[in-house]
Design a protein around this ligand. Structure first.
Ligand code: BG6
Length: 792
């Protein structure tokens, strides 16, 4: 018996049993990056635990490598291994022995050049031959920065592939790119050297015990869940990862990734797929799980800027300046907090908000997926006589609790008024302690609470699954790219936005609370940060959020975009209420374009008490496309505002651009029809409120510079031509706009700065800048110009 064979002895129940190595197959494990932070904290421990659990099935050898020579790398690596601990259920004598074996089976190997990898291959082969071992496979765990993956994969492929038969598996740690393009490039590069089935991309959240159990839980509780796991019963799903740590020391990584790429694109999105996918008929069928996951990606609605709020903790920018040696006036837009509403286009999930939220420097560390059910019950029975925990009037929820927070262990919680879950008792035990601890509004005694019989960290859960080729708990290339494809457009939009600054920790207060109304996500409280355009220095910054001044002789309101839109929405609301009180109706005409979209969304998410039923909606202008077309101004009004409220159909007045199956043809008299409708319904053809925009060329409504339409005096509604597509337009004329009672001109964004500056002091010039001819005969014109447009 060789010394190695002696090592395979295992102390079981006090007896040293020798397992003949001939029956076992041999696995060589190579940890590249063996002395890094992750290896130190988790990977060696995960490998050790895998070893202790599997040594009666396989024999192992472990090679730890870094780019350093062994005189430097080896002592560090051994110091880590010597500090390893066993799972709590392993008796200490046995643990000492197992650790001793593990240390003896581990060796350091410098891994830098291709020759180093060839040497390693030779070493593995020699050992196999000397010991007469039957090779099962080789596992390379790359715990190195992603830029090194391709280089290492090339070397492994060139030198360390096992002879025919045994497998090669290469484990990769995120990040796998920072957008669709970079992820695609990395995937294509890796595919040159590794086959799909050889790559195991780790998302360690898939190894968190409560998360890893989502699918088995849904499978085992199919009977109870099947009827209620859908839009008819589920109010919303919250997938949350709050952290107290900040990005200090990691800003070079964080500047490139931000919170969305760091944890939402991967960890939280994976959880979303586990909650929403169809449960596989066979829970161990990785292929079927992947197929179902892909279907979820296929049904995700494209998120827009309005589905998200972002924040950045106050100290972050200074940390970036210091760590990355940026100029002191450097301003990072990278979010360290995000709250995002995701929606699915599927009969099962239609309308259910999936709220994904994560952040650094928050008030607590906690992670969970919480499924909150709709409250449909009315309890007649008095509280004193009903059995409290089963009451149908209490919130009903299922929670997959990752850990930390108030409940400091992983758990699955099911409200007692829902059902008693079926749990695998070999792995999960019921918790009856802490009955008075409150979690999500209920005492723990109101839930069935289960925790793992044995707590394991995520890597200890995932690493053994590599040996079993359980590929569904790893991220394959298709999933990865589908996820990036989903997130990349939103990331691009968010990169243009300034995140809300929050103080960090407990001081955050309710600053980051957000509201999900329809599909719109917005902060619940106004931004406490003072924003005053720097060019208007006659005001002090200290006590104004919204600045009042004048522009072209009319009132000017200016602030950051969000604040400004909020202000316009409340001004509009005030005028609407007063008008309805006076005349019973409110006639509002709105423009198209992007700036009003923000207004519509603000109204939809914050103005439930607006007199919607008495409001008549008119269009300032329309593009000559069918109303369902994405470019239609009416379609935008519909999607962002009308769809969120019950508004009588007869109050809605889209422009008749589509008649007789053709678009804006003079002989169809669409413009005249609209003018007649205005004359019939709007008293004196004078709108109560008109929301206009202004283009970078000074156009307003669909009245463009040098257009003949500007000279039209007698018509209320006209057909015009735009220099940009879609060229044909229908628009209100200047005379009808000018006889309105209130006009708000909303101008936002840096691209408008030039025109705003040019028009500031200039004379009215209708031909050159049509917006300057908006001058009300008997009403109030107010300019709402955001700080970007005002001060650039
Ligand atoms: C990592 C992120 O994936 O997960 C880190 O890169 C984050 O930013 C970490 O801190 C959190 O993991 P855990 O296991 O501590 O919740």
């Amino acid at each position: 018996m060789t010394p190695r064979q002696v090592l395979y002895g295992l102390f079981v129940g006090g007896l040293l049993q020798i397992f003949p190595t001939e029956c076992k197959t041999h696995i060589s494990v190579v940890l590249v990056g063996a002395t890094g932070d992750l290896a130190r904290k988790y990977l060696w421990r995960g490998l050790f635990q895998m070893y202790t659990e599997q040594l009666d099935i396989h024999s192992f050898s472990f090679y730890g490598g870094t780019r350093l020579h062994s005189t430097e790398g080896s002592p560090v690596m051994y110091e880590i291994i010597k500090g390893l601990t066993c799972l709590p259920n392993v008796p200490s004598v046995k643990c000492v022995m197992l650790k001793d074996q593990f240390i003896k089976l581990s060796q350091y190997h410098q891994l830098n050049t291709v020759e180093d990898y060839s040497d390693l291959d030779r070493k593995i082969d020699e050992l196999l031959t000397q010991e007469g071992l039957k090779e099962e496979g080789r596992l390379f765990y790359l715990s190195v920065p992603a830029f090194a993956y391709v280089d290492i994969a090339t070397k492994v492929n060139a030198t360390c592939r096992p002879q025919k038969g045994p497998w090669l598996r290469v484990v990769l740690e995120k990040p796998f790119g920072h957008n669709l393009d970079s992820a695609q490039r990395l995937a294509e590069e890796l595919q040159k050297f590794l086959r799909e089935e050889e790559m195991y991309r780790i998302d360690h959240y898939l190894g968190k015990q409560a998360i890893a159990y989502i699918l088995p839980f849904r499978h085992d509780n199919h009977q109870a869940l099947e009827p209620i796991w859908n839009q008819h019963h589920i109010e919303r799903v919250e997938i949350v990862m709050k952290e107290t740590v900040d990005a200090k020391g990691r800003t070079s990584f964080y500047e490139q990734y931000g919170v969305v790429c760091d944890v939402i694109q991967n960890h939280l999105t994976e959880i979303l797929t586990l909650v929403t996918m169809e449960t596989p008929a066979n829970i161990s069928d990785s292929e079927e799980i992947h197929r179902n996951k892909m279907r979820v990606y296929g049904s995700l609605q494209k998120p827009s800027r309005r589905n998200a709020v972002i924040g950045q903790y106050q100290a972050y920018n200074a940390e970036v300046v210091q760590e990355l040696q940026k100029l002191v006036n450097y301003r990072s837009n990278v979010p360290t907090f995000a709250g995002i509403g995701i929606f699915l286009d599927s009969p099962q999930w239609d309308g259910v908000p999936f709220i994904l939220s994560a952040g650094k420097a928050l008030d607590e560390r906690v992670g969970y997926a919480r499924i909150l059910f709709k409250d449909k019950a009315f309890c007649l029975q008095s509280e004193s006589t009903r059995k409290a925990e089963f009451s149908q009037c209490k919130p009903k929820q299922v929670i997959f609790y990752v850990g930390h927070g108030d409940l400091n262990f992983p758990a699955i919680l099911v409200s007692r008024n829902l059902f008693k879950p079926v749990m695998n008792s070999a792995n999960w035990k019921q918790v009856t302690e802490f009955p008075h601890l409150h979690l999500f509004g209920l005492p723990l005694s109101d839930y069935y609470v289960y925790t793992p019989v044995q707590q394991k960290d995520a890597y200890a859960v995932l690493i053994p699954q590599i040996l079993q080729a359980k590929r569904d708990v790893f991220v394959n290339t298709k999933d990865l790219l589908a996820s990036w494809k989903f997130w990349t457009p939103l990331l691009k939009d968010l990169s243009q936005e300034s995140p809300r600054i929050y103080p960090g920790g407990l001081q955050n207060g309710n600053n980051l609370d957000f509201t999900v109304a329809g599909t719109v996500v917005s902060f619940s409280s106004p931004d406490p940060v003072v924003i005053v355009p720097s060019s208007l220095n006659h005001q002090t910054a200290s006590d104004y959020k919204v600045l009042e001044s004048s522009y072209r002789g009319n009132r000017l309101v200016s602030a950051g975009t969000e604040e400004l839109v909020a202000r316009l929405a409340s001004d509009l609301h005030r005028v609407a209420e007063a008008t309805v009180r006076r005349s019973g109706k409110f006639h509002l005409a709105v423009s198209g374009g992007l700036s009003p979209v923000a207004l519509f969304q603000r109204l939809a998410s914050h103005h439930y008490t607006f007199p919607w039923k008495q409001t008549h909606f008119w269009m300032v202008d329309e593009r000559c496309v069918p109303l369902h077309d994405a470019k239609s101004n009416f379609r935008s009004l519909h999607d962002h505002l009308l769809a969120h409220f019950r508004i009588p159909y007869m109050n809605i007045h889209p422009m008749p651009v589509h008649m007789n199956r053709r678009l804006c043809v003079e002989e169809d008299h669409g413009a005249d029809l609209y003018a007649n409708e205005i004359m019939t319904l709007v008293n004196g053809s004078s709108f109560d409120f008109v929301v206009l925009g202004a283009g970078t060329d000074g156009h307003t409504a669909s009245l463009f510079p040098n257009s003949q339409a500007l000279a039209q005096k007698g018509k209320l509604v006209l057909l015009t031509e735009s220099p940009v597509k879609p060229h044909q337009r229908m628009t209100l004329s200047l005379p009808v706009i000018n006889q309105s009672k209130n006009v708000a001109v909303l101008i936002t964004g840096k691209s408008k700065h030039l025109i705003v500056s040019k028009m500031n002091k200039a004379e009215e010039n209708s031909e050159k800048w049509p917006i300057t001819s908006v001058q009300l005969s008997d009403g109030e014109l107010v300019w709402y110009i955001d700080s970007d447009a005002l001060s650039g």
